[in-house]
Design a protein around this ligand. Structure first.
Ligand SMILES: NC(=O)C1=CN([C@@H]2O[C@H](COP(=O)(O)OP(=O)(O)OC[C@H]3O[C@@H](n4cnc5c(N)ncnc54)[C@H](O)[C@@H]3O)[C@@H](O)[C@H]2O)C=CC1
Ligand SMILES: CC(C)(CO)C(=O)C(=O)O
Length: 294
C-alpha cells in the first residue's frame, strides 16, 4: 500500500516507521526532521530499535492509497486543504480530540476513517523518534458500521506489526477516548503532575467529574456512553499510564499550543446543558495560553 503520513512529528513518525517495514511510506512533516529523514532515513529507538527508509518531504504527494493524518488538532484544517488536491483512496485520522474527521470529510472526496491510537511516541531530534509505549490503533467508519476500506487499512496496519482493530462503533470509541482526555489532559497539565496523581484524592474526583460531564454530552449526541464506563476507562488509563506525563502537560511545560479546543473545549462547544468542570478546565488552559502569547 502507498501511504502518506501527514504530520510526521512524534506519533506520525513512529507509525510511519512501523508501516514502512511493509509498505511504501512517505512522511510529510517539517524541516529539519524531514531533511534528516530524506538524507539518513528514520531511526526508531525505545520499545523497538530499528532504522527505516521512508521518503521524507514537507508537502503532500500528488497521490497515495492512504493518508494517515497525525497533526495536532489545531493543524487539521490546513492539512485538509493540502490534501484536497491529493488523489487518495482513503484518509485516516489517528488524532486526539473531536472534530478532526469532520474537518477532513468536508474537504476530501475520499472516505475518511476515524481512529484512536494509544501508541506512545516522542520526536527526540531530527531523524530520531522514541517509541515510548505499545498500544493499539482502533479504526473504522467515522459514523459507525461496517467499512470494506477500513478492513483494508486495518489489514495494512496489522501486516506492519501494528496492533490494529477495525471497529463498527467508532462514535462511541471516539467519545470514550474524549472522556479520558477531558479527565486527564488538562487536569495534569494545570496541576503539573503525572497521570498517576489522579489515582486518588481531589485529582481523581475532578477527573471523574470531567469524564461524567463528557459522557452526558455524548448521550446528548446520541452516543451510548455511560458515566460509569467513562469513569472506569479514565481510572484504567490513569493506572496504565501512571508514570506518563500527558501530552497536554508536555505541551504546557514546553510552552507549545495545546489541544484544549478539541478536547475539553469541544465538550463545552457542543453541550446542551452546563458542563462547569469542562468549562473551568478550558478557561484555565486558555488563560495559560493567553499568558504564553503575551
Ligand atoms: N505523541 C503521542 O504519543 C500520541 C499523540 N496522539 C495524538 O496524535 C496527534 C499528533 O501528536 P504528536 O505526534 O505528539 O504531535 P507532534 O507535534 O509531535 O507532531 C505533529 C507534527 O505535524 C507537523 N505539522 C503540522 N502541520 C503540518 C502540515 N501542514 N504539514 C506537515 N506537517 C505538519 C508539526 O510540525 C509536527 O511536527 C495529536 O492529536 C495527539 O494528541 C495520540 C496518541 C499518542
Ligand atoms: C490517554 C492520555 C492522557 C495518556 O497520557 C493521552 O492520550 C495523552 O496524553 O494525550
Amino acid at each position: 500500500m502507498d501511504i502518506a503520513v501527514v504530520g510526521a512529528g512524534s506519533l506520525g513518525s513512529l507509525l510511519g516507521g512501523l508501516l514502512a517495514r511493509e509498505h511504501d511510506v512517505t512522511l510529510v512533516g517539517r524541516d529539519p526532521h524531514m531533511e534528516r529523514v530524506a538524507s539518513d532515513g528514520l531511526r526508531v529507538r525505545g520499545v523497538e530499535q530499528f532504522h527505516s527508509e521512508p521518503a521524507g518531504r514537507t508537502d503532500v504527494p500528488a497521490s497515495a492509497d492512504l493518508a494517515v493524518v497525525a497533526v495536532k488538532s489545531d493543524d487539521t484544517a490546513a492539512v485538509a486543504e493540502q490534501l484536497a488536491d491529493c488523489d487518495l483512496e482513503v484518509c485516516l485520522s489517528v488524532q486526539n480530540g473531536m472534530g478532526n474527521e469532520e474537518i477532513l470529510a468536508d474537504a476530501l472526496s475520499c472516505p475518511v476513517l476515524a481512529g484512536t491510537c494509544t501508541y506512545g511516541a516522542r520526536l527526540e531530534e531530527p531523524g530520531t523518534v522514541a517509541f515510548t509505549g505499545r498500544g493499539e490503533v482502533v479504526l473504522g467508519a467515522r459514523e459507525g458500521g461496517e467499512s470494506a476500506v477500513g478492513q483494508r487499512v486495518g489489514a495494512a496496519f496489522t501486516e506492519a506489526g501494528i496492533d490494529a482493530t477495525v471497529a463498527t462503533d467508532m462514535p462511541r470509541r471516539l467519545w470514550a477516548k474524549l472522556a479520558v482526555n477531558t479527565a486527564i489532559n488538562a487536569t495534569t497539565a494545570l496541576a503539573r503532575v503525572e497521570n498517576g496523581a489522579l489515582a486518588d484524592g481531589p485529582g481523581a474526583d475532578l477527573a471523574a467529574d470531567a469524564a461524567r460531564e463528557t459522557a452526558r454530552v455524548a448521550r446528548e449526541q446520541g452516543v451510548d456512553l455511560t458515566d460509569e464506563r467513562a469513569v472506569a476507562l479514565t481510572r484504567q488509563v490513569v493506572r496504565d499510564t501512571a508514570a506518563n506525563r500527558s501530552s497536554m502537560l508536555e505541551d504546557v511545560a514546553a510552552g507549545r499550543p495545546t489541544e484544549i479546543d478539541a478536547i475539553n473545549g469541544y465538550v463545552v462547544r457542543v453541550a446542551e446543558e452546563p458542563v462547569p468542570v469542562n468549562e473551568t478546565l478550558t478557561r484555565l488552559v486558555r488563560t495559560w495560553a493567553a499568558g504564553r502569547d503575551e
